[in-house]
Design a protein around this ligand. Structure first.
Ligand code: FRU
Length: 545
């Protein structure tokens, strides 16, 4: 029945039907949280990109709404000249927009790609007080020629190219529907791309810069972030570029964001630049990185000359991507991401839906060594899911050389829960590995391990014994310190795991599809230790329903 299919996450958002990717336009408005997202309203694969919409009063229970911005059927003839980075001279873009690489299609369309929503409290843009304004990328393909069309109606046909431009739309009914503003003249046309990479110019995320009383819009352009500013929300001026200084392969950059954050325990504000890279993340494929610095109204200034060379990663699992933060939640930085990875997204065989969001996480910026790091924990509203918290019992577990000791927790089982415990050990008895086995089968032969390997300081998620048909790489993160205790908190849902190390110092987010033959036979939870001795304390489990 509805939302009860095998693998359907119960407390992570997915669309009732069909494809979903990036969160878009996250904002709190009139006491309601709005989540828009990349959505195919008529298929379970990527396509027909539109903005889906869901609302919540507590960030946890979401109600799907009608599609807010459907794919545009505006196919009016376009006609302009443009020189991209691959052209020696300007090329003529002429014809009807299409999303199917079929030049001249009279039923052409434009995709509504990722973007953001802001609240225009003071009617700066002139659509009325408290209007929600969306910025998104309009993506379409169009025929191109290398000479004037009228000269030679057959010759010099170069084919079809992709165009990405920034558009604006506004809503006066609280985000239900949006009216496109000045559609034929995008607020930032492709001809204005600083890098001339018009096919990879996208994902506007508008933020208010209170110090300079202006709006700032970071955009990706190939492998660089371009900053535009505006004081009237309609005219945007190019200010500066943040260039690539580190190698993460040839994948494009996506979904950039500039986040003003108070440093924990101080009154100082830093600006965090976050972005999603399609390739080169620690777990392989797509992932999110961030850089800390300052913003002077025109330029992002990295903290040190080394900052841009050393990206910090937000998450070390395979599935935390395209995350952005909510607008209009003063004092709180709340991010959620798409739980997937472009490098294997097609292997997720769920139906009739595809894709889900992470839990919303509260981000804090903390001093660490000479720099700053982001700490993440699920928003406190997650408590609304927990029916009761059960003590799982303090204990000391000993394992002989080369042998695992498994301690099944008999009276706690299920597929939707949080489990957490402190583990500590004495230097001389340092265990080889220890942690939780979640989603274990009755007979204990199938399971997913979330554990710690003290000698290499590695927290890992091992899926090689989960019975899944496709075995992917295990994911891991190396801790900065060499502790003799560690806290592991694991959120388990039907097809995902979010693990938080030491209250959010590091995180691992991972979709999982355990034991496809017996999806209901993966309810067991146990502690395990290998070769050594570990003390387990403050062990608690909460069913999340
Ligand atoms: C990121 C992304 C964005 C783009 C959108 C298209 O996952 O590729 O760059 O706007 O998805 O659906």
């Amino acid at each position: 029945s509805l939302y009860q299919e095998a693998y359907r996450d119960q407390y992570h958002y997915s669309a009732q039907q069909n494809w979903l990717n990036d969160p878009n336009g996250l904002i709190k408005y009139n006491g309601v949280y709005h989540m828009f997202y990349q959505h195919n309203p008529s298929g379970n694969e990527w396509g027909n990109m539109s903005w889906g919409h869901a609302t919540s009063t507590d960030l946890i229970h979401w109600k799907e709404q009608e599609v807010a911005i459907p794919q545009s059927d505006d196919n009016a003839w376009v006609d302009f000249w443009m020189k991209t980075k691959d052209d020696a001279k300007p090329v003529h873009y002429i014809g009807r927009p299409t999303t199917n690489w079929d030049a001249g299609n009279p039923n052409g369309k434009r995709h509504i790609f990722s973007g953001s929503v802001i609240l225009d409290k003071d009617n700066v843009a002139g659509f009325g007080k408290n209007t929600l304004i969306a910025y998104y990328t309009s993506t379409y393909q169009v025929a191109v020629r290398d000479d004037d069309y009228s000269k030679d109606s057959w010759g010099n046909y170069l084919g079809i190219r992709e165009v990405q431009e920034q558009n604006m739309a506004y809503s006066t009914d609280g985000g239900k529907t949006f009216t496109k503003y000045n559609h034929q003249n995008p607020v930032i046309p492709a001809t204005q791309v600083p890098t001339a990479d018009a096919a990879n110019f996208r994902d506007p995320k508008v933020v208010y810069d209170s110090e300079n009383k202006q709006w700032v819009m970071p955009l990706v352009s190939g492998q660089e972030v371009d900053l535009f500013t505006s004081t009237n929300l309609k005219d945007w001026t190019y200010q500066s570029a943040i260039k690539r200084e580190h190698d993460v392969g040839n994948g494009v950059w996506e979904c950039p964001e500039l986040i003003p954050m108070k440093v924990k325990g101080s009154n100082r504000t830093k600006w965090v630049l976050s972005l999603s890279v399609q390739l080169g993340a620690p777990a392989g494929g797509s992932g999110m990185q961030y850089f800390v610095g300052n913003f002077n109204g025109k330029k992002f200034i990295p903290e040190t000359s080394e900052t841009m060379k050393n990206p910090q990663w937000l998450d070390f699992g395979e599935d935390f991507y395209a995350g952005i933060i909510f607008g209009e939640t003063p004092g709180r930085t709340i991010m959620l991401g798409w739980m997937s990875n472009w490098s294997y997204v097609g292997e997720q065989n769920t139906s009739p839906w595809h894709g889900e969001m992470t839990l919303p996480r509260e981000l804090t910026l903390e001093r660490s060594g000479n720099g700053y790091t982001i700490n993440q924990s699920p928003v406190r509203e997650v408590k609304r899911l927990g029916q009761s918290t059960e003590r799982l019992g303090d204990r000391i577990i000993t394992a002989d050389a080369k042998k695992d000791t498994i301690l099944p927790i008999r009276d706690f089982s299920g597929k939707q829960y949080r489990v957490s415990a402190d583990f500590s050990w004495k230097e001389k008895q340092t265990p080889n590995r220890f942690g939780f086995r979640v989603r274990a089968s009755e007979d204990g032969s199938k399971y997913i391990e979330v554990g710690y390997h003290p000698r290499s300081r590695t927290v890992y998620l091992d899926r090689t014994k989960d019975g899944e048909a496709i075995t992917r790489q295990n994911t891991k993160v190396i801790l900065d310190g060499r502790p003799n205790k560690i806290k592991l908190t694991v959120y388990v849902d039907s097809s995902s795991i979010e693990a938080f190390v030491n209250d959010g110092e590091k995180t691992l987010t991972q979709v999982v599809y355990p034991n496809p033959d017996h999806p209901s036979d993966t309810n067991k939870l146990s502690f395990f230790v290998n070769n050594g001795k570990v003390a387990v304390s403050k062990a608690v489990g909460s069913h999340l329903e």
